[in-house]
Design a protein around this ligand. Structure first.
Ligand SMILES: Nc1nc2c(c(=O)[nH]1)N[C@H]1C(S)=C(S)[C@@H](COP(=O)(O)OP(=O)(O)OC[C@H]3O[C@@H](n4cnc5c(N)ncnc54)[C@H](O)[C@@H]3O)O[C@H]1N2
Ligand code: MOO
Length: 422
């Protein structure tokens, strides 16, 4: 681990002495620097949507809780269907969902979907497969035992594990937990993520733009992205100008109030790039200084007090790629999620691209049809400029071109991550 000390400002500014590390190692170091939150809270079932489950949940209730009819039809006993058919059985009652008959029902019973099948009946014949004649039902075909009956416990057995600690709860998990009658769920508290947009050239949308200035696009991109992560809340420190004092003060404030601090800009080699210096002067440490990736080479990862520090490059495409490949996995771990890695799919290149051997390159892509093996074919957008807002806005996701690749030809299998922000 390299400690960035106040006494080494030259090293911090240029970062020139830092080793360049592969992107998977950089992501692993970021994940390792993230200490998962331990505090839990009990929330309403609906409020648990997207939150990280704190403890395994086991089924206290078998599902279905009783033998239930899967069809509208007639419940029968196979013992009543002796000898050759057809068979004629008197209809002795009617059972709708929620009913529990108070008397024995000999012969057949009219039964509706979801109704409890009384003890003794061993099949339900759907109404399209039999005929009603007055107060009797005529059955032509002998059913098998259990036909159209959902057995008690066939979906969920008592004591089965339903969801695991570290799962991000999806709507269908909530349905499963609702099926258990649960109203409150223990989840990890939300992590607080501080966002700092460094850059004296930046203005917020709505403000007048003077020559040499640009609008802050990283802030809204990262905020909107993090807003979809229901396990995180953002504390926005706005735009901070490129001075050591301003950045130092913003980082001190952010690290005192947040579990993770994300900066954009100010991490490369120029004399206005003060973020690395400010981390060191605030007593922080950096584990990752340069990564063999494009875009995103100057990304920084470390600790700032107890907070995880993630210094992303200012170029929007570089900020997006480093956020998804390095920052998001670390934030997921911080939030207590079991799954931290990007959700990779395999796809086939549908483009030519001259890439630099020895580094990982990430390019914005759109899917366009399938190859003969059924893999999605990727079209590359733009020329891979790290400053491009347009190409990533048009993209379905990011393709990873591995370090061993040089000239990329169509038809090569690559990893592809769709933009999905949780
Ligand atoms: N001499 C060197 N120069 C640069 C190097 C290098 O190694 N040596 N690396 C280049 C690479 S790669 C990148 S990426 C950038 C990263 O620069 P910084 O993170 O220090 O970012 P800035 O210089 O502050 O800004 C870069 C670029 O992005 C624009 N920007 C910044 N913040 C925002 C924002 N919130 N929204 C929209 N756009 C933003 C900024 O205006 C600059 O155009 O450094 C290269 N240089
Ligand atoms: O890391 Mo930079 O984005 O390659 O230009």
């Amino acid at each position: 681990m390299s400690t960035i000390a106040r006494s080494l400002p030259k090293l911090c500014e240029a970062g020139s002495a830092a080793a360049v590390i592969p992107v998977d190692i950089a992501a692993a170091k970021a994940i390792a620097a993230a200490v998962p939150v331990a505090t839990t809270q009990s929330v309403d079932l609906l409020a648990a949507n997207g939150r990280v489950l704190a403890d395994d949940v086991e089924a206290a209730l078998a599902l279905p809780p009783f033998n239930a009819s899967a069809m509208d039809g007639y419940a029968v006993r196979l013992d009543d269907l002796q000898g050759p058919g057809p068979w004629r059985l008197p209809i002795s009652g009617r059972i709708a969902a929620g009913d529990t008959p108070s008397r024995p029902l000999p012969g057949a019973a009219r039964i509706l979907t979801g109704a409890s099948v009384p003890h003794g009946f061993d099949a339900v014949i759907m109404q399209e497969r039999c005929r009603v004649d007055g107060a009797a039902v005529i059955i032509d075909e002998r059913p098998r035992v259990g036909l159209n009956i959902r057995r008690a416990g066939e979906d969920v057995g008592r004591g089965e594990r339903l969801v695991m600690a570290g799962d991000a709860l999806k709507p269908q998990h909530l349905a499963l937990l609702a099926g258990q009658g649960l109203t409150r769920i223990d989840v990890f508290r939300k992590i607080r993520v501080g966002l700092v947009s460094t850059g004296s050239e930046l203005r917020e949308p709505g403000q007048p733009l003077h020559p040499g200035q640009i609008y802050n696009s990283n802030r809204v991109m990262l905020r909107a992205g993090l807003d979809t992560c229901r396990w995180a809340e953002v504390i926005d420190f706005g735009i901070v100008p490129d001075t050591r004092d301003a950045i130092g003060a913003a980082l001190a404030d952010a690290s005192a109030r947040c579990d993770a601090v994300i900066t954009t800009g100010g991490v490369s080699a120029g004399e206005e790039d003060h973020v690395t210096w400010a981390v060191g002067s605030g007593g922080g440490t950096l584990d990752v200084l340069k990564v063999a990736m494009r875009p995103g080479k100057p990304v920084k990862v470390g600790k700032l007090g107890p907070a995880l520090f993630l210094g992303l490059p200012g170029n929007p495409n570089a900020a997006l790629v480093t956020f998804r490949m390095i920052a998001l996995p670390a934030l997921r771990r911080l939030a207590g999620l079991g799954r931290t890695a990007p959700d990779w799919q395999t796809a086939a290149t549908g483009f030519h691209y001259a890439k630099t051997h020895g580094r990982t390159e990430f390019v914005p892509v759109r899917t366009d049809g399938q190859d003969a093996a059924g893999l999605p074919i990727l079209r590359m957008l733009g020329r891979g400029s790290s400053a491009s807002l347009r190409s990533m806005a048009d993209a379905d996701g990011i393709a990873m071109l591995s370090p061993d690749m040089a000239a990329v030809e169509p038809g090569v299998s690559v990893r592809f991550e769709r933009f999905d922000w949780r």
